[in-house]
Design a protein around this ligand. Sequence first.
Ligand SMILES: [Zn+2]
Length: 220
Amino acid sequence: MLPEGPSPRPRLAGFTPDFKLPPIQNGLAPVITKIETKLPVVFLTIDDGVTKTPEMIRLLAEYDYPASIFLAKDFVADQPAFFKNFIARGSLVENHTVHHNINMVTQMGYAQQLAEMNAMQDYAQQQFGRRPTLFRPPGGAYSLAMRQAVAAAGMKAIVTWEAKANDGHMDYQYGKDLRPGEIVLMHFRPEFAADLAAFRAAQLAAGLEVVLLEDFLDVA
Ligand SMILES: [Zn+2]
């Protein structure tokens, strides 16, 4: 019988990451839009949290997809327990601010941005028992002040995307297929089932495995 080594982390599906998250430098958190990897992996991220249906829980469980879930407190405070269903199956909650101001970069200074982030860190800790390590800017825009605030709030990176599932189809900023290392954006919206079906078709066509971004970056 072969000796058993350290068991692979289940959410990494046996892959050993070949990408290292750049460290915080000069007080600035790195920005990740896609993971540079040769491994056949793809990362699912789901934002906001406005719509909450049992179907969403059922579908992610059926496909066994772990996801990085970027929640904004204002959207989830009516029913935070809903999201524990995803955490129980390997997903993690991350920081998408409290108020989801999509003009955060232009309308808020450093201190205000940091306050938004810190309040969401505290809320996530209270509700879900873990302080987020990743930040997604509402609307996607970021700045040096935001990168500084993300680091000051104790997070490791800003995560954006180059592919999204939207209105039941995939949108790509580059090419017309999912690439290894792609970070895919979705939302908790009424079209969730159609969006997830579009993602699943693209994922299977590209031969990629869905793994948890936090595990790949070692920031779980
Ligand atoms: Zn959002």
